[in-house]
Design a protein around this ligand. Structure first.
Ligand code: CMP
Length: 143
């Protein structure tokens, strides 16, 4: 089954949106496979956002993601990578449709509440970066 890495960023944690966000993915029918509230080291942030290293906002991005705890998650389900991206909305909340997470809760491209893997390759890389194998749970639903 496909897996993706999702992270509630420091703004989403501090605005008490963890429950709202988890609830949306649960109600959609996806399965939570791993989750942890954690502070992010600069080393991890720089590795996570390595593809943006040359962008002018890279320093700001790393400062922000290390500024307070994040809620890191792995979710599992059919087409979860692209469906979760759709549920998150466009990166810039100004372009994100109402009904999406960013469309409903964010106004700034820097503080846009949530990160989600953008491809199967990114999902594999990000899950391995943020979680040890024994933190990712796989189970059959019995009820
Ligand atoms: P995310 O999906 O976490 O991946 C890269 C992040 O860079 C993106 O969400 C935005 O939060 C952030 N980002 C993109 N453009 C800008 C910008 N112009 N200024 C600050 N942050 C940005």
């Amino acid at each position: 089954m496909e897996k993706t890495f999702l992270m509630v960023k420091p703004d989403g944690v501090q605005r008490n949106l963890i429950g709202e966000i988890v609830s949306r993915f649960e109600k959609k029918g996806f399965t939570l496979a791993a989750a942890k509230l954690m502070n992010v080291s600069r080393e991890l942030a720089e590795k996570h956002y390595a593809e943006h290293k040359e962008r002018p906002f890279f320093g700001e991005l790393v400062d922000f993601i290390t500024s307070g705890p994040v809620f890191a998650m792995v979710w599992e389900g059919n087409n979860v990578i692209s469906t979760a991206r759709g549920m998150m909305g466009k990166t810039n909340p100004a372009d994100a449709a109402p009904g999406t997470i960013r469309g409903d809760f964010a106004t700034s491209v820097g503080m846009n509440i949530i990160h989600g893997s953008d491809s199967p390759e990114s999902a594999e890389r990000e899950i391995a970066l943020w979680f040890n194998d024994n933190e990712v749970v796989s189970y059959e639903k019995t009820i």
